[in-house]
Design a protein around this ligand. Structure first.
Ligand code: GLU
Length: 464
């Protein structure tokens, strides 16, 4: 069975890059009816925070990336790493190294001075340390005995064949003196224990993969398949950072994105299916394969993300939109009791909004706020021609019963005729007075939604 995992280090939020990696791993498991594991790589005690752990869970839940197993926490598995390290020592594939930091620094300085690449020189390999007594009071680290000869390679599911000579790799630390595993060791033990079949991760880890493969081989266990996903660059070609909007995915929630729109956007970051742009996550899962991931970096384009969000808002159920925008309207001081049922407003406005925040602002301004229209707007719209027509409209509107689109339309057209006006000559001033803007969705349904009492009151108050 296919088993994939997402293994974030909780040193910050779940940002766009991490979320895209998570999405690809998740989709791969879903597509193959496999399982998706979440593992928190929390061994960097200085940089990791519990807030970041919580933010990762929140981000994944918001995106709908549900995990089947976990979250596992590396710090809860220390005895297991110790046991595997001891197994490697017993088999002659790892050894204790007592070199101090100062000693290692001096060793590297000397290598650099000789024009060599700095690397661990194997001084505590058993054959080199024979007869030497370990220094007192030093807790050793465990080092992997990397093979000296040969090459290590794999067929990357994204990048194709990759190979590196073992002489390029040195004896890496597996367990630190405090018993915490290094990334390369923890990840191998975990991927092994969690029966991960496909490791899908960012290509910043390509250099680690040969080291990990050597550890698998030293353990005599099968090596999983690897797929390294190219990184994401900002539109300016620089590595994606906060400046490019590479913020926490939950920031996108705050900014008014629908999660499915962001998922669709993330799916298109470095992966494509012909020219298809807008597709549901189920469709994505069906289409997804690692072979169609681009080998070059993806570019992050915030306008494209907004455009996609708009496509999803347009099609979203007005009731759902209402539930999502209600708190946003209230937070901005809107009063939902003042206007129509919110789903009526979202149905009218969803065509025009590229974010939920825009939708909330538009709904609040049209229906749920009592702010007076700007004086300049009234001055411009309440012309000598418009005023008497609005007065007549007020009278006709008062008689419209029930307050329906048809009733509104016939009252409105009656006034146009009686005053010899063209539609915009009355529609614009009316919009200004009732809604405080000349930009609204179709006039009659918008007036119908606003409600008779509000329309009459606003005309009386602002055009009287
Ligand atoms: N904790 C690593 C990271 O966040 C995970 C790398 C991996 O997936 O192996 O980069």
């Amino acid at each position: 069975m296919v088993r994939t995992r997402f293994a974030p280090s909780p040193t910050g939020f779940l940002h766009i890059g991490g979320a895209r990696t998570a999405l690809f791993s998740w989709a791969y498991a879903r597509k193959h009816r496999g399982e998706f594991v979440l593992r928190i790589e929390d061994t960097d005690l200085e940089r990791h925070t519990e807030d970041a752990v919580a933010a990762i869970y929140d981000g994944m839940r918001w995106l709908g990336l549900h995990w089947d197993e976990g979250p596992y926490r590396q710090m809860e598995r220390l005895p297991r790493y110790r046991a595997v390290a001891e197994q490697l020592i017993a088999g002659g594939r790892a050894y204790l190294c007592y070199a101090s930091k100062d000693e290692l620094d001096a060793m590297r300085d000397a290598q650099r001075a000789r024009g060599e690449k700095p690397r661990y020189d194997g001084r505590w390999r058993p054959e080199n340390a024979r007869g030497r007594t370990p220094p007192a009071g030093v807790t050793p680290v465990v080092r992997f005995r990397n093979p000296d000869e040969g090459v290590v390679g794999w067929h990357d599911l994204v990048k194709g064949p990759i190979e590196i000579a073992n002489r390029e790799l040195d004896d890496l630390v597996l367990l630190r003196a405090d018993g915490v595993p290094t990334y390369n060791f923890g990840v191998v033990v975990d991927d092994l224990d969690m029966a991960i079949t496909h490791v899908i991760r960012g290509d910043d880890h390509v250099n680690n993969t040969p080291r990990q493969i050597n550890i698998y081989e030293a353990l005599g266990v099968p090596v999983p398949k690897f797929g390294h996903v190219p990184m994401i660059l900002g539109a300016d070609g620089e590595k994606l950072s906060k400046r490019h909007g590479a913020v926490s995915v939950t920031q996108y929630d705050e900014d008014g994105f629908l999660p499915e729109a962001l998922v669709n956007y993330l799916a298109r970051l470095g992966w494509s299916h012909g020219d298809d742009e807008v597709f549901a996550v189920e469709q994505f899962v069906e289409w997804f394969d690692l072979g169609h991931i681009s080998r070059s970096p993806a570019q992050f384009n915030p306008e494209k993300a907004l455009w996609l969000n708009q496509q999803y808002i347009k099609k979203a159920d007005p009731q759902r939109l209402a539930a999502l925008v209600a708190p946003r309207i209230e937070r901005a001081g809107g009063d939902l009791a003042r206007g129509p049922e919110l789903a009526v407003a979202t149905a009218l406005l969803r065509e025009r909004a590229s974010t939920l925040n825009e939708l909330a602002d538009a709904a609040r301004a049209l229906f749920y706020s009592d702010a007076a229209p700007a004086p300049e707007l009234l001055r411009a719209q309440l012309t000598a021609e418009a005023r008497p027509a609005l007065g007549a409209l007020l009278e006709r509107f008062a008689g419209v019963e029930p307050w329906s689109e048809e009733g509104i339309q016939s009252a409105f057209e009656g006034v146009l005729k009686a005053h010899g006006l063209k539609m915009p000559k009355l529609a614009m001033p009316l919009r200004a007075v009732v809604f405080g803007t000349t930009q609204t969705p179709a006039l009659y349904p918008t007036l119908a939604a606003a409600g008779k009492a509000r329309v009459l009151e606003r005309i009386r108050r602002h055009a009287g």
